[in-house]
Write a protein that binds this ligand. Structure first.
Ligand SMILES: NC(=O)c1ccc[n+]([C@@H]2O[C@H](COP(=O)([O-])OP(=O)(O)OC[C@H]3O[C@@H](n4cnc5c(N)ncnc54)[C@H](O)[C@@H]3O)[C@@H](O)[C@H]2O)c1
Ligand SMILES: O=C(O)C(=O)C[C@@H](O)[C@H](O)[C@H](O)COP(=O)(O)O
Ligand SMILES: [Zn+2]
Length: 353
């Protein structure tokens, strides 16, 4: 798998011009969701060579990260005459880059695509590293492929229209990158003033955060080993997200991930000695900024059942990524069902639910 080019833009127009020249194509398509069509597409349509691009617009958010939506994208590509040599630009959050990336990877067995992430989460995480896909059978990213974009163009100016919930959702994956990288980055994230955002400082943090992901993906693009570090918080987080979706009370991905991190830091402390004080400080930040996902002990079996579908699992064993300390990653950690239930007890007690 070739290394993906990720550019933190000074000028989106200049970077996009360069990226498009590197991807010779016959027709150009731009995928947005209903929100990025309104909020972000106008900035691109000012660029002369994008004026004739064919627009495809899908419904927003994870409820639309489905086979039906994917089929509608394939259908438009097919009906509007896309060929193997057409180029797709995905302009949106992680839902658009995941689904659009998978549409590009599968249409006529694969066409080129460029990601222009417009949410914080997509900038630091989803648009980079080649994981593409859709939710299926009530499970997160159940169908997908590893198919990196030809280029990822990060323009942090798009973040100015993002609401606070989506800001914090993306910040959750940044916090994950802090925990798996080093203490200085983790501390910087805990101290960032989220109430009055300094956008130029945020841009610098986005650059650092995406670098953490790029370094790991470069070592292990297909997640045979160290890439599992990027899944910290997701064994439990995806179970929370799937339960919430099934109960018609969807939660944002990043929120599910930080709640998953609370659980998995507890497991890290219990099993391999993650420092209690660092765990407490991280959980305090999460409680203050994310609130809590509510469930009771009658839902433990269902959450456990969701965890059995995690992609890191082999056979019947649930696989966790844990930490001995910040930046000290232990992949392929397993435990028994009783301990998983004890972890859920801890979560409910410390989050006060
Ligand atoms: N492939 C990966 O490695 C990876 C990594 C992390 C998350 N993900 C996936 O990413 C998805 C979540 O991505 P997300 O958090 O970006 O959600 P999203 O794409 O659903 O976007 C969230 C909301 O923000 C809106 N939006 C987008 N850009 C905006 C802007 N500039 N201003 C205002 N509103 C804007 C969207 O229309 C949507 O309503 C999940 O499906 C998750 O599983 C994938
Ligand atoms: O890039 C990765 O690898 C990740 O695990 C990043 C995660 O933040 C992301 O949510 C990813 O989509 C999860 O993948 P999955 O394989 O657990 O579905
Ligand atoms: Zn994630």
């Amino acid at each position: 798998m070739s290394k993906q080019e990720v550019i933190l833009c000074e000028s989106l127009e200049t970077s996009l011009d360069r990226a498009i020249k590197k991807c010779p194509h016959d027709k150009l398509f731009i995928l947005t969701d209903e929100h990025t069509q309104q909020l972000c597409l106008p900035a691109l349509k000012e660029i002369s060579y994008l004026k004739d691009a064919i627009e495809i617009c899908i419904g927003p958010e994870d409820v639309h990260k489905t086979l039906d939506t994917l089929a509608s994208v394939w259908m438009t590509l097919s009906e509007k005459g896309a060929t193997r040599h057409s180029l797709l630009i995905n302009l949106g959050g992680g839902m658009v880059t995941d689904l659009g990336g998978f549409a590009a990877a599968t249409f006529k067995r694969g066409i080129s695509y460029i990601n222009i992430p417009t949410t914080l989460l997509a900038m630091v995480d989803a648009s980079v590293g080649g994981k593409t896909g859709i939710n299926f059978n009530g499970l997160k990213n159940e169908i997908g492929s590893f198919a990196p974009a030809d280029c990822v163009l990060i323009e942090t100016e798009f973040l100015r229209s993002l609401d606070a919930h989506n800001f914090f959702s993306g910040y959750a994956e940044m916090l994950k990158h802090g925990l798996i990288s080093n203490k200085a980055h983790w501390a910087e994230l805990l101290n960032f003033d989220t109430s009055t955002i300094d956008y130029s400082y945020l841009k610098q943090l986005v650059g650092q955060s995406v670098q953490v992901k790029e370094d790991i993906v470069e070592q292990d693009p297909l997640e045979h080993g160290i890439r599992k570090a990027l899944n910290l918080g997701h064994t439990v987080g995806h179970a929370f997200e799937s339960l919430a979706l099934a109960e018609n009370r969807p939660v944002l991905h990043g929120y599910a991930v930080v709640w998953g991190i609370v659980c998995e830091l507890y497991l890290s402390h219990l099993k391999i000695g993650f420092p209690k004080n660092t765990m407490r400080q991280t959980i305090q930040f999460i409680k203050e900024n994310y609130g809590a996902f509510t469930f009771d002990c009658k839902q433990y079996e269902r959450l456990y059942a969701f965890m059995t579908h995690d992609k890191k699992n082999t056979s019947d064993t649930i696989n966790f990524t844990l930490l001995k300390d910040i930046g000290d990653i232990c992949i392929n950690q397993t435990t028994n069902k009783d301990t998983i239930f004890e972890m859920l007890d801890f979560y409910r007690e410390c989050m006060g639910i």
